[in-house]
Design a protein around this ligand. Structure first.
Ligand SMILES: Cc1cc2nc3c(=O)[nH]c(=O)nc-3n(C[C@H](O)[C@H](O)[C@H](O)COP(=O)(O)OP(=O)(O)OC[C@H]3O[C@@H](n4cnc5c(N)ncnc54)[C@H](O)[C@@H]3O)c2cc1C
Length: 385
């Protein structure tokens, strides 16, 4: 009999203890401060079989679907060690599994199980922002290869990844009758000639950093195009629901991590002789945060099950991302209030949680775009932008 989702989640949580033994929250923040990387973390994830979860068995994994990677991301985040390159690799490979050729799956999905391939994702451009259709990065077809030119910003963990999934225009916006046609997705090795990384000054208290990715006459063989030329939107759409769900897991796990720290502190701290956790003014925001995190979690699991059954998962995947990021923000705010001034002591590692939790209302997609999706696709309201 196949294991239930609850059994899978329990097994994942047990296995993650082995990863946290190598890099716990303290070590994660320290490596962020001192510019160290996560190489031993990746080898431990591979050794424990965690990277094969979500990869079909014929590609050396332990089974497809999104529920498994979501369980991994939730458990890592709950330990305070959310590795975004794990998230990026998990959803980027979904696009290759669904749209790639057999050769592409063998080259770029199977080796993610051993961490030999780690995929970052490059779509954002400075001027286009949320309106990705406006991107300028262009891939010119030239014989048996494409030549890429352009600049991507905020590309997470590009220095730890082996390849970037780059979204570029293959038909200029001005020449496209339909703005949704003309984008293409390429797998680009990060050591390609003409590709250059420049680290951005962003402090998320994480060992993973963000980069500007410059592409100057980068030659990419035709076989690195995923799916059809000009039809990259289809490829990306299939990766969007997994991305929403993995981000929900990131938010819920990190929110739960913050909440547990707040509860532990509220039990101990007693400036008036009784623990502050006995005051309802302290209890209720924490209790409310727990209720909202659990509600978001149930919706996330529901959307994961829909996705894995091949049902339409867009509505609940988007709602799960919205609710999870809001719940995590409320939890972090309640925890900062609970810690009082101590939250700002760098050694308490409380305000250090805030930038990343706050980010999740903005990236990888801002909550306004999620609300737009619900307005247009679920409520059938007209589009305004
Ligand atoms: C730490 C970090 C890591 C990131 N990692 C990656 C990565 O790995 N790869 C990658 O490609 N990108 C990455 N990004 C980029 C991220 O996805 C974008 O920042 C995000 O999509 C928002 O784009 P923007 O910042 O240009 O905001 P803008 O497009 O300038 O929008 C600003 C604000 O305007 C509002 N807004 C915009 N459009 C609408 C609309 N149509 N309706 C209503 N409100 C709207 C929203 O409130 C939004 O927050 C990262 C960003 C950060 C900060």
């Amino acid at each position: 009999m196949d294991p239930t989702q609850e059994e899978i989640r329990r097994d994942v949580r047990d296995a993650i203890k082995g990863v946290v033994a190598v890099v716990d929250r303290r070590e994660f923040v320290r490596r962020g401060r001192e510019g160290e990387h996560l190489d031993d973390w990746w080898s431990t994830m591979a050794d424990l079989g965690l990277l094969g979860i979500g990869v079909p068995e014929d590609l050396d994994g332990s089974g497809g679907g999104i529920s498994g990677p979501v369980a991994v991301m939730e458990a890592l985040s709950e330990a305070g060690t959310p590795a975004v390159l794990y998230l990026l690799t998990s959803f980027a490979r979904t696009a290759i599994i669904r749209h790639g050729t057999e050769e592409q799956r063998r080259r770029w999905v199977a080796p993610t199980v051993t961490a030999e391939v780690r995929l970052c994702f490059a779509i954002t451009e400075a001027d286009a922002g949320t309106n990705s259709f406006k991107m300028q990065t262009f891939a010119e077809e030239d014989g048996d290869h494409y030549v890429l030119n352009g600049e991507k910003v905020f590309i997470s963990a590009a220095d730890d990844a082996t390849h970037a999934m780059v979204v570029a225009r293959t038909t200029r916006l001005s020449e496209s009758a339909d703005k949704r046609v003309g984008l293409s997705v390429f797998v680009v090795p990060l050591d390609a000639a003409g590709l250059d990384l420049q680290q951005m000054r962003i402090d998320l208290h994480s060992p993973e950093r963000q980069f500007v990715l410059h592409l100057q006459d980068v030659e990419v063989p035709r076989e690195n195009l995923i799916g059809e030329r000009d039809q990259g939107l289809r490829v990306m759409f299939d990766a969007l629901n997994p991305e929403r769900l993995l981000v929900a897991a990131w938010a819920i796990g990190l929110g739960q991590h913050a909440l547990q720290r707040g509860v532990d502190y509220a039990r101990e701290r007693a400036p008036f002789g009784t623990p502050i956790g006995s005051y309802q003014g302290v209890q209720h925001p924490l209790a409310r945060a727990r209720a909202h995190l659990d509600a978001a979690r149930l919706m996330m699991y529901h959307a994961c099950a829909q996705f894995d059954r091949d049902d339409e998962a867009g509505a609940y995947a988007n709602m799960a991302k919205l609710l999870a990021s809001e719940a995590a923000n409320a939890a972090a705010d309640a925890v900062i209030q609970t810690f009082g001034g101590s939250a700002f002591d760098a050694d308490s590692d409380i305000t250090t949680l805030w930038p990343m939790i706050r980010l999740l209302r903005i990236a990888p997609v801002n909550n306004e775009m999620i609300l737009n999706y619900i307005s247009e696709r679920v409520l059938n309201l007209p589009k305004s932008y």
